[in-house]
Design a protein around this ligand. Structure first.
Ligand SMILES: Nc1nc2c(ncn2[C@@H]2O[C@H](COP(=O)(O)OP(=O)(O)O)[C@@H](O)[C@H]2O)c(=O)[nH]1
Ligand SMILES: [Mg+2]
Length: 299
């Protein structure tokens, strides 16, 4: 059983082993320690396929490394459950130096997850946030994943493509309510980025979240990337947000495995206590399992 100190000392191989243990449903004590002692900020990047999420991630990595920050990336593979194929060959799209000990990149398939993006991503994010200064989670903006990412990440960045008319789509889907920052990508391609940024500002002004900043960026030239800097600053308010997310996670897991009945039966035990989120969840799940076994034994 690995401790958090061992995980931090052990580099990429230790993190890979811990992630495997987590994916097998274990390592609750390690996850609790990691959740309680975050080292960095988890940044969610979301937006439609092709908007430039992976390219932006690839441009951010050297910028963060130059400041001495370590970076972990979770690229949620957008393969649809129906087709089963990987869209755009996303796995290979993030440019980085594989020899760099300060960069860790992990792809995860969304398609096998009953609970959506969150099921495998959240515990992985918790581990990586305890070992790296910046965790970037790239999720494709289809269905509800834009709002799901807000349940996992510390900060959410919504990417919009110049001239794609995304503003109206985002408004309709309620997506403009979730981001901390909107970035219009590919600003090097000409004036369309400026027009789209203006359109996004108008859309955001109508939403409940009027103060969301909008910036234009080019991952190709690096222009505008500094717009992300404020999101990476430490913020004491994140502790409260993380505990709320942890509790939402506990409830989502119990609901996925035991349904509404399980939620009701668990009752007040589904409270996120600092230091006992993942172990608390495991213990609630065990007692629900016992309850179900008792009932079926009685016929
Ligand atoms: N000109 C230009 N093209 C870009 C930029 N960022 C991404 N692209 C291109 O847009 C396409 C999709 O980018 P990708 O990062 O894979 O998008 P994702 O699906 O959101 O991850 C690729 O062909 C990129 O080369 C940019 O800043 N400028
Ligand atoms: Mg991508």
């Amino acid at each position: 059983m690995t401790t958090l100190a061992e995980l931090r000392r052990g580099g990429k191989p230790a993190l890979a082993r811990a992630l495997a243990a987590v994916e097998a449903g274990g390592a609750a004590a390690l996850l609790d320690a990691a959740l309680q002692d975050p080292r960095g900020i988890a940044l969610g990047l979301t937006g439609p396929p092709g908007v430039g999420k992976s390219t932006l991630t690839g441009a951010l990595i050297p910028r963060l490394r130059a400041r001495g920050l370590s970076v972990a990336v979770i690229a949620v593979d957008p393969s649809s459950r129906r087709s089963g194929g990987a869209l755009l060959g996303d796995r290979t799209r993030i440019r980085h130096d594989p020899e760099d000990a300060g960069v860790f990149i992990r792809s995860m398939a969304a398609r096998d997850q009953l609970g959506g993006v969150a099921e495998a991503t959240y515990p992985a994010l918790v581990l990586m946030r305890a070992t790296h200064d910046v965790v970037i989670v790239e999720t494709v903006g289809v269905g509800q994943s834009e709002t799901e990412i807000a349940d996992l990440a510390d900060r959410v960045v919504l990417l919009a493509e110049p001239g794609a008319g995304d503003a109206l789509q985002f408004m309709k889907a309620g997506i403009v309510e979730t981001p901390d920052l909107v970035l219009v990508t590919k600003a090097d391609r000409g004036p369309a980025a400026r027009a789209t940024a203006a359109e996004m500002r108008r859309a955001l002004a109508l939403s409940a979240r009027g103060a969301v900043p909008v910036a234009e960026v080019s991952a190709a030239t690096g222009a505008g990337l500094e717009a992300l800097d404020p999101l990476l600053a430490p913020d004491p308010a994140l502790a409260g947000r993380r505990l709320v997310q942890a509790e939402a996670w506990m409830r989502a897991r119990i609901r996925a495995d035991f349904g509404r009945f399980g939620l009701a039966a668990a009752g007040p035990r589904l409270v996120a206590r600092p230091g006992a989120v993942f172990s608390g969840l495991a213990s609630v799940a065990r007692s629900l399992q016992t309850l179900l076994a008792d009932w079926s034994a009685r016929g």
